[in-house]
Write a protein that binds this ligand. Structure first.
Ligand code: NAG
Ligand code: NAG
Ligand code: NAG
Ligand code: NAG
Length: 593
């Protein structure tokens, strides 16, 4: 009886559909069955509560706006949208199988658009997604998908949009994403667990319009994207990307680089050619150098945030603003001068401006205190406006002097340590340098023989400067400096120049220090430092900012020194300059010593 009832029921429905004026054709019976199977595999989610055997899917019966909808072309399903609660659903039970779901969906041969978001799907993305060969738009956000992006996806030649936000997808962004999917316009993988670098091939994706890789664990520089003529949206916030500002085409409209490790200056000339740029967020990075005020007058710009960097330079009343600015966040930088008139209340557009924690003339307590500004300003090599030009060059010379002197100092101390260690080794002495300081010193063929910079105890014994009341000079381990600066956190960065970066740190004994990182040129011999050997004692004079020690970072491949960190005492109270300027002559005119 049941077998007879089914077809006759269906016949009646077909008859009805034909009779109804303008009625949509009925969905193929096999596809109706497929949709009901999908409903069952998804654990009958609330979004699909109206789906029955009798539902007229193509006539709008399958649509429960906005959480579920079925779109047909003729008698075949082309679009299927099923969205759970915006907050997502708990994972489906253990008997759920993503593979079975995909297999079932593959029985909808004309499916072009598929949304399965917030439904509690879990499991690795199956490679057999490639069976859904007609897919153009896929949104499987807010589920519990894990594992890498499967190679099978590269066979979806019509794929235009792939959105897998808020999952747990791991591995790397596959290289084929840029080359194997000629139609790919939108790639959004926000809030997953992707690691590694962004592949170069993405810089060649011919149709890419929107690239969202925010909130992952990506590192390294972004590929050169100047060739992406259609790229409008780039959002890579919340990774460990950097250090170089990405190269972008001129048509970008939205660029979000916040919460990364970008450093150096902004490419002012390039940015000022981005005439379509509406949204630029470079906040919470390690950017340094002058803030280019021309950014404020970009014609399309609505939103600009440079907050939480180390931008310097003086703003003035007269800096012009674009007509479209709505929000400008300059907070937590080292800007001086005054907020441009066009950004103040009553300025042209109704712009929200945030500018606290700078060194601006605001007089409302929102700015850093003046000793901080002076200390910091000196640290990044800028000098408050009231200083004369003459002083500027002397200070600049002085900073360079410190750097040279300490390089010299370190090589001297290192050389002494080397001889001390060598002597000890030859004598077969029992007191050996501590293992932690020696562990990464492996090569003997490098330009910086590792033993040269060995143990702090020899250094402090050899350089008998304790009498000056300054903590003994010693070598620091990288781990120690990382702990002191919270892993070289942005919040500890004081500034940067062509030599390297400067951080504020706190040693485990509570002492505040500034840590200067210096990139070491390849092939630089230790002899090249040896010429100014005597300067060290002057540098460690009690009236000067004392060098407390150093640390070397080694290239893991050939054990050459790649980075040198110099640790200085941090002058907390008052003006660093006043303490050092008294002895300026010591360094600028060595004969006076
Ligand atoms: C999973 O098990 C439950 C009951 O234990 C059952 O109702 C459901 O249909 C099963 N789901 C699948 C996809 O087999
Ligand atoms: C993808 O799905 C999520 C969750 O339902 C939704 O918020 C988002 O707007 C969708 N994206 C697109 C482009 O449809
Ligand atoms: C990121 O994704 C996870 C699921 O992997 C989700 O629980 C979390 O709420 C998401 N975070 C945000 C900010 O949306
Ligand atoms: C990010 O990657 C680093 C290694 O590159 C790893 O140590 C760290 O645990 C990862 N973090 C997360 C949240 O996966």
């Amino acid at each position: 009886a049941m077998a007879a009832a089914g077809p006759s029921c269906l016949l009646a429905l077909v008859f009805l559909a034909v009779l109804l004026p303008g009625g949509a054709p009925l969905l193929q019976a096999s596809q109706t069955w497929t949709l009901l199977k999908v409903q069952q595999l998804l654990g009958r989610p609330p979004a699909l509560r109206h789906w029955r055997r009798t539902t007229d899917f193509c006539g709008g019966g399958g649509t429960v706006a906005p959480s579920a909808s079925v779109v047909c072309y003729g008698d075949t399903v082309t679009q299927l949208h099923i969205a759970g609660d915006a907050g997502g659903a708990p994972p489906l039970p253990l008997n759920f199988s993503l593979g079975a779901l995909v297999t079932t969906l593959s029985r909808l041969p004309d499916l072009k658009v598929l949304t399965l978001s917030g439904l509690g799907l879990w499991g690795p993305l199956p490679g057999k997604l490639e069976r859904l060969a007609g897919l153009e738009i896929v949104n499987m956000s807010r589920n519990y998908l894990y594992g890498p992006i499967p190679r099978g996806l590269s066979r979806l030649q019509g794929l235009q949009t792939l959105i897998l936000d808020d999952n747990m997808i791991g591995g790397e962004v596959p290289g084929w994403v840029g080359t194997a999917l000629p139609a790919l316009a939108v790639l959004s993988l926000r809030n997953n667990s992707l690691a590694g670098t962004v592949p170069e091939s993405l810089g060649r994706a011919p149709s890419l319009r929107s690239l969202v890789l925010a909130s992952n664990n990506l590192s390294g520089n972004l590929p050169d994207m100047r060739g992406l003529a259609s790229l409008q949206v780039l959002d890579v916030g919340g990774n460990s990307l950097g250090p170089a500002f990405p190269r972008l085409g001129r048509k970008v409209a939205s660029v979000v680089l916040s919460r990364n490790k970008f450093t150096g200056g902004l490419p002012a000339a390039e940015l000022s050619s981005f005439y379509l740029l509406e949204h630029l967020d470079v906040s919470l990075n390690r950017f340094v150098g002058p803030f280019p005020p021309a950014l404020l007058s970009l014609p399309s710009l609505q939103y600009l945030s440079i907050a939480g960097n180390r931008f310097t330079g003086a703003l003035s009343d007269k800096v012009p603003c674009g007509d479209n600015l709505r929000l400008v966040d300059l907070s937590s930088n080292l800007l001086m001068g005054s907020v441009p008139a066009c950004l103040r209340p009553g300025g042209k557009p109704a712009t929200v401006v945030l500018s606290s924690e700078n060194c601006l003339d605001r007089g409302d307590g929102s700015q850093h205190p003046s000793p901080f500004c002076q200390n910091q300003a000196l640290a990044v090599g800028i000098v408050p406006r009231h200083n004369e030009k003459k002083k500027v060059s002397r200070h600049a010379g002085f900073i360079a002097g410190i750097v040279m002197a300490v390089l010299v100092a370190v090589s001297l101390v290192g050389a002494m340590a080397f001889f001390a260690v060598k002597k000890m080794t030859m004598e077969g002495a029992k007191t050996r340098p501590s293992a932690t300081l020696m562990e990464d010193h492996t090569s003997t063929s490098s330009a910086y023989p590792s033993k040269l910079f060995a143990d702090a105890r020899y250094i402090s014994q050899t350089v008998k400067l304790g009498a000056l009341g300054i903590p003994p000079y010693r070598s620091f381990s990288l781990v120690e400096l990382e702990a002191a600066t919270n892993n070289f956190a942005n919040s500890c960065l004081l500034g940067q120049d062509s030599y390297g970066e400067m951080y504020l740190g706190k040693l485990s004994n509570g002492a505040s220090v500034t840590i200067r990182s210096l990139k070491v040129k390849r092939n630089q011999s230790s002899q090249s430092f040896n010429r100014h050997i005597e300067t060290i004692s002057r540098l460690r004079h009690r009236h000067l900012v004392s060098a407390l020690g150093h640390c070397f970072e080694y290239d893991l491949d050939d054990s050459t020194v790649t980075q040198l960190y110099l640790v200085f005492e941090y002058v907390q109270n008052g003006n660093l300059r006043s303490r050092i300027s008294r002895k300026l002559s010591v360094l600028t005119e060595p004969k006076d010593g």
